[in-house]
Design a binder for this molecule. Structure first.
Ligand SMILES: *Cc1c(COP(=O)(O)O)cnc(C)c1O
Length: 474
């Protein structure tokens, strides 16, 4: 019937073909093979319903009723639905460990290990030496102990989970003493007082916002004290007339009064970053050496690995954590462990770490190299955005991100894009166009300028970055 319709004319609702007839047309064959009869039938029904409505409104083009047109509309719908939601982007925000962009980018060794662990059975909880049941933590426990100098370690889903597990296990229905200067909120509603409540622990605040002394902790210790806790003030600094109690001093007090000391280190580096001229961040090993009984830190911040919460410290305390029912609920999966093991292994050769560990490689990129890259990319971007915008190179300062060293900045370079006065355009529109690229480019708008910090654009990715600008629709 549809052959009689001439394309370009108007059709009526009565001309719409039936689902059954369409399903048997060759034009639909490829769709049926790829998506199956159920899905194609459903999509056809809803598309024909739309056409029917257009027909009743007198706005139906007869060309829309051709088999080929209907098939291609369905194909477009299926393609759009198949587009992944979780997609790679270019992080040109200048924040290396950007929580909203997935924090640490894993090194190749970890990527390979995850791919392997995904497609095959693995010895996750199977001891290959004895043929008996194993424990998943042991896959990384030895490495963690070696790298931090402790007796025992365990791994959970993230550092927030680590803190929750520590408090639930060691301090439920008892008291935890924390300085008022460390009652932090991390982005995404992780607040120390809330997590205490969740764990059933009673928070005992000591000191003041800017000054806490060891005697404040000492006076707060009582029969119900379960834990002295220090929390890394990850995302802010208190400066001026300040005093806080160091781990060593707190640990001495804890030992003399038999109250264990737990430190939430936040980012927690396994190596001294000053070795690469980066700002000083307390290392896990130092914190333990100072006497902390337990230290927890994130896997995907400065460590440069997958999302995880690592807890290291005294064997008797770690054993308790492992036995708590929450540990089962918060445990990590095989993909996390697959990624974590090779990342930790990289730390066994610290002098090669800045080359091999992606996070550290990005943090230590020389400003001159980034500047040269900005000079190379400026004309590419200028051509892509056209005459309505002016692109120039600019010195910038990147930050580590994820609460590590909140005020320290790393000298960087990048591109500054500004609308040319009197020309059509607009920064918001351009920023949206960048987000609509096949691999979205994420920058930062400030002072009527779109800033693209190139620190996180590794030279190995430059070709892919350049290649997609032809698709920009500014
Ligand atoms: C980031 C951070 C957390 C939360 O760690 P996640 O791994 O994101 O759960 C907890 N405490 C401190 C001090 C942090 O910096």
């Amino acid at each position: 019937m549809h052959e009689m319709l001439n394309s370009g004319g108007t059709a009526s609702a009565a001309d719409i073909p039936s689902v059954d007839r369409l399903l048997n047309q060759p034009a639909l064959g490829a769709l049926l093979a790829q998506h199956g009869r159920t899905r194609v039938t459903d999509a056809l029904r809803s598309h024909l319903e739309e056409l029917r409505r257009s027909g009743l409104a007198g706005a139906l083009d007869s060309a829309a009723l051709l088999d080929g047109t209907i098939a291609s509309v369905l194909q477009t719908k299926f393609d759009a639905a198949a587009r992944r939601r979780l997609r790679p982007v270019f992080n040109l925000t200048g924040t290396v460990l950007h929580t909203n962009l997935g924090r640490a980018v894993l090194p190749d060794e970890a990527v390979g290990a995850v791919v392997q662990a995904m497609g095959a059975p693995v010895d996750l909880e199977y001891d290959l030496a004895s043929g008996g049941r194993g424990e998943r933590d042991t896959l990384v426990e030895q490495l963690l102990c070696e790298l931090t100098g402790v007796e025992a370690a365990t791994v959970v889903n993230n550092n927030a989970a680590a803190v929750l597990l520590i408090l639930s296990t060691l301090a439920a229905r008892r008291e935890v003493i924390v300085s008022r200067g460390e009652l932090i909120e991390i982005g995404g509603s992780f607040r120390i007082p809330d997590i205490m409540r969740q764990a059933g622990a009673k928070l005992v605040e000591v000191g003041t916002t800017n000054r806490t002394h060891v005697k404040d902790y000492a006076e707060a210790i009582g029969p119900r004290s379960a834990l002295l806790m220090k929390v890394h003030t990850s995302n802010y600094v208190i400066s001026g007339f300040t005093h806080s109690v160091g781990v060593a001093e707190l640990a001495e007090l804890g030992r003399s009064r038999s109250v264990p000391v737990a430190v939430d280190l936040g980012s927690g580096s396994l190596v001294d970053l000053t070795r690469w001229n980066l700002p000083k961040e307390p290392t896990v090993r130092e914190t333990l050496k100072d006497g902390a009984d337990l230290v927890s830190f994130s896997g995907d911040k400065l460590l440069g690995g997958p999302q995880a919460g690592l807890i290291v410290g005294r064997a008797d305390l770690i054993a308790k954590l492992k036995k708590h029912p929450l540990k089962r609920a918060l445990r990590v999966g095989k993909l996390t462990l697959a990624a974590l093991e090779p990342v930790l292994a990289l730390y066994q050769a610290p002098e090669l770490l800045a080359e091999r560990l992606t996070t550290l490689r990005l943090l230590t990129r020389a400003a001159e190299a980034i500047s040269a890259q900005a000079a190379r990319l400026r004309p590419v971007l200028q051509q892509a955005v056209g005459g309505a915008y002016d692109v120039s190179t600019a010195p910038l300062s990147s930050q580590i991100g994820s609460g590590a060293l909140p005020v320290d900045r790393l000298p960087s370079h990048g591109l500054a894009v500004r609308p040319v006065k009197g020309r059509r355009g607009g920064l918001d529109r351009l920023e949206r166009a960048l987000r609509e690229l096949p691999r979205p480019v994420i920058g930062r708008i400030a002072d009527k300028t779109l800033w693209l910090d190139l620190r996180c654009l590794e030279e190995s990715e430059e070709a892919a970055f350049v290649a997609q600008w032809s698709e920009l629709r500014p």
